[in-house]
Design a protein around this ligand. Structure first.
Ligand SMILES: Nc1ncnc2c1ncn2[C@@H]1O[C@H](COP(=O)(O)OP(=O)(O)OP(=O)(O)O)[C@@H](O)[C@H]1O
Ligand SMILES: [Mg+2]
Length: 324
């Protein structure tokens, strides 16, 4: 993904509508946008596709969407002291289970569902860019990003902010040893919490979606502010099969002969071997299957269900050896 935007910039994908982050002193390094990985206008077709691609229980997608919508319909109308909505949804779970895709898709679906509030904007924060700074800089970087960049955008209208891999930004102060983790990180977490509270109080049309694959590393006070904490788990047998099929269907759009693979009995065996793998692994094993021999790599139309089965068995073995 590209770094944040300049007005009208295109991305090789004309559907991506980007917006300028404004503020002073852009020019050379885009200083005012430090820590912003992506920004766009919602709804966004690419994000919609990411939402659709992730196969989880429909009830889980519904729950996420309802909570996100509620943030925009309810928050401005209720007293925070009695109904404390913070405008924060947390998605956590193992790596490769679709958290980031769901978060982006959720942003887009929410904007689509509540069009009456006007144009929604989206910002994706890259926490590593903030906390990787030299000692003493993180706190300031967080304050600048949330207190200025995010606040400026929230002034303009409804805004959804993705805090991806939030454990970097809101690290659990309780679990950290002072020796191993610079005090700077503690301060950055404090700064995040203070800013979240201020932003939540001031902007009812602002929603943060945070992801983490290591929830225990996320600060307790941050998690306690979440309006919904949703666990995105490993796919079950049905989902594994559907993910494998979807990956093959994608291949078949370019190499049509491979479209027959899901009808082959070997495909069912391959799908069974996918149980225990995450969604990313399952999609990738179709690529590995194409790489099993050079002829298939030259012409992926030659891919067979037996290749997919072999790649699934290999992926399963690799995943077991990593866990041991
Ligand atoms: N349940 C799923 N159904 C279909 N595809 C999935 C599923 N889970 C993951 N994927 C696919 O795996 C890829 C990675 O997804 P994504 O980056 O959203 O995962 P993540 O949970 O954010 O991973 P990480 O924790 O490593 O950041 C995407 O191509 C996504 O479509
Ligand atoms: Mg992710």
């Amino acid at each position: 993904m590209k770094r944040s935007s300049i007005d009208g910039e295109q991305d090789g994908n004309s559907r991506i509508a980007r917006f300028p982050l404004g503020g002073s002193g852009s020019g050379s390094g885009g200083v005012e946008a430090a820590g912003v990985l992506d920004s766009r206008i919602l709804p966004d077709q690419e994000f919609m596709a990411q939402w659709d691609a992730v196969i989880v229980e429909t009830s889980q997608k519904d729950r996420l969407l309802s909570q996100a919508i509620l943030n925009f319909t309810l928050r401005e109308k209720v007293n925070r002291s009695n109904l404390p909505l913070h405008g924060l949804i947390v998605l956590h779970g193992p790596p490769g289970t679709g958290k980031t895709s769901l978060a982006r898709g959720l942003a887009s679906r929410t904007a689509e569902a509540i069009s009456k509030l006007g144009q929604f904007r989206y910002i994706e924060v890259e926490p590593h860019a903030l906390t990787g700074a030299a000692l003493g800089k993180s706190q300031r970087a967080v304050r600048d990003l949330l207190g200025q960049t995010v606040a400026e955008q929230a002034e303009r209208g409804p805004l959804i902010v993705l805090l991806d891999e939030v454990e970097t930004l809101a690290a659990d102060r309780g679990r950290m040893s002072m020796d191993a983790n610079p005090i700077d990180v503690h301060r950055a977490t404090d700064a995040v919490l203070a800013q979240l509270d201020q932003l939540a109080a001031k902007y009812p049309h602002l929603l943060f979606i945070a992801t983490s694959n290591f929830t225990r590393a996320v600060d307790g006070a941050f998690l306690s502010r979440a309006d919904l904490i949703e666990n995105i788990g490993m796919p079950g047998p049905e989902a594994c099969r559907a993910i494998l099929q979807s990956a093959i269907e994608e291949l078949a759009r370019a190499f049509p002969t491979t479209g027959r693979i899901p009808q082959d009995p070997e495909f069912e065996r391959a799908a069974k071997h996918c149980v225990g793998l995450d969604g990313r692994r399952i999609r990738k094993l179709v690529i590995s299957a194409c790489a099993l021999n050079k002829q298939t790599a030259i012409d992926p139309n030659r891919l067979t269900a037996a290749d997919v089965l072999e790649a699934a068995i290999q992926a399963q073995e690799e995943s077991k050896s990593v866990q041991e």
